[in-house]
Design a protein around this ligand. Structure first.
Ligand code: SF4
Ligand code: MG
Length: 319
């Protein structure tokens, strides 16, 4: 099957700070050679700590940021340049949902009017708003409310409805449940899954939380300091992650025991500064398996099992 989205060798750099008379502006690659694809109706989960480049990747895919290098194909055609008519047409098919639902809504308008407005902007029938809002579990009485009259979970439903009303093929979900209480997270995650089953949507689901990603994704890509370090079918992440970083993330998944909260931080110390990535394997300062070669030579992604790739010199030894 042809991919709905195919990104090859994506690279995006930012300046690390303001340049001065004696301080030329250094640049770092927030996304450093990322290749991925998503088939129609499929969910690719992208997981990693803050600063790993996953939000930059989302923005590149949507055309909200321009890659320095690499190629993005959407439905077989190159992504049009931002702010062109072609791009606006394409953007209807590729919608964004991010974590800050309240910030994405206008406090002065009832939420239903906001979904209708999005439809009008894109020259779609505003009547579709009611259906989209009911599809996300918001009855008409609720849709008449203003954002401040709604809970965080309800606001996230509104934002999802607004994206869905346009009938997209791909939703980019950037930390869609991170701002919500744990009890509400499961409801929204299940809603996201149900909507996909009903509509055949494809998802790029970006999160720092590997437990959530494992619950929704068909395939998972793990990012570390701008690079994909492991990628494969979700089942492979249940039975045997390969990369030491992925293993650390999985170890950090809190067990569903109310007395055991707050364990979701990997026990490998704080993430390094993304603006100054270490040489060789970027994970080496935190890796319990690091050897001299790891400090000198960057590992490349290799296939270790069917469609299961990892970038580590020592997979065979530590398996
Ligand atoms: Fe650890 Fe070396 Fe593998 Fe990097 S290449 S993850 S430092 S063992
Ligand atoms: Mg982010």
């Amino acid at each position: 099957m042809t991919a709905l989205l195919r990104a090859t060798g994506l690279r995006k750099s930012y300046a690390t700070g303001r340049a001065g008379l004696f301080r030329p502006s250094a640049r770092f690659n927030a996304v450093d050679g990322v290749t991925l694809h998503i088939k129609p109706g499929e969910t690719l989960g992208v997981v990693g700590e803050s600063g790993c480049g996953k939000s930059t990747l989302s923005r590149l895919v949507l055309g909200l940021a321009q890659a320095d290098a690499g190629e993005i194909l959407f439905d077989g055609a190159p992504l049009p340049r931002a702010d062109t008519d072609d791009w606006r047409r394409m953007r209807i098919r590729m919608q964004l949902v991010h974590q800050n639902a309240a910030g994405a809504l206008d406090p002065r308008l009832p939420v239903r009017a906001q979904v209708e407005e999005a439809l009008r902007i894109h020259k779609r029938a505003p009547e579709r708003a009611a259906r989209a809002l009911s599809d996300v579990g918001l009855p008409p009485a609720m849709a008449a409310r203003y954002p401040h009259e709604m809970s965080g979970g309800q606001l996230q439903r509104v934002v999802i409805a607004r994206a869905l009303a346009l009938d997209p093929d791909l939703l980019v979900l950037d930390e869609p449940v991170s701002a919500l209480d744990v009890s509400i997270q499961a409801q929204i995650v299940n809603l996201i899954r149900d909507l996909q089953a009903a509509r055949g949507l494809a998802y790029l689901f970006v999160s720092h939380d590997v437990a959530v990603v494992r619950h929704v994704a068909d395939r998972i890509a793990v990012m570390y300091l701008g690079r994909v370090v492991e990628e494969g079918p979700t089942a492979a992440f249940r039975t045997g992650a390969l990369h030491p970083y992925t293993r650390a993330l999985l170890d950090a998944v809190p067990v569903p025991d109310p007395g055991c909260r707050g364990g979701a931080v990997p026990r490998i110390g704080d993430p390094p500064n993304p603006a100054a990535p270490p040489p060789g394997c970027r994970f080496h300062p935190r890796c319990p398996f690091a050897v001299h070669r790891c400090r000198a030579e960057p590992p490349v992604l290799r296939e270790f099992a069917a469609r299961h790739h990892a970038a580590c010199h020592r997979i065979e030894e530590i398996a």
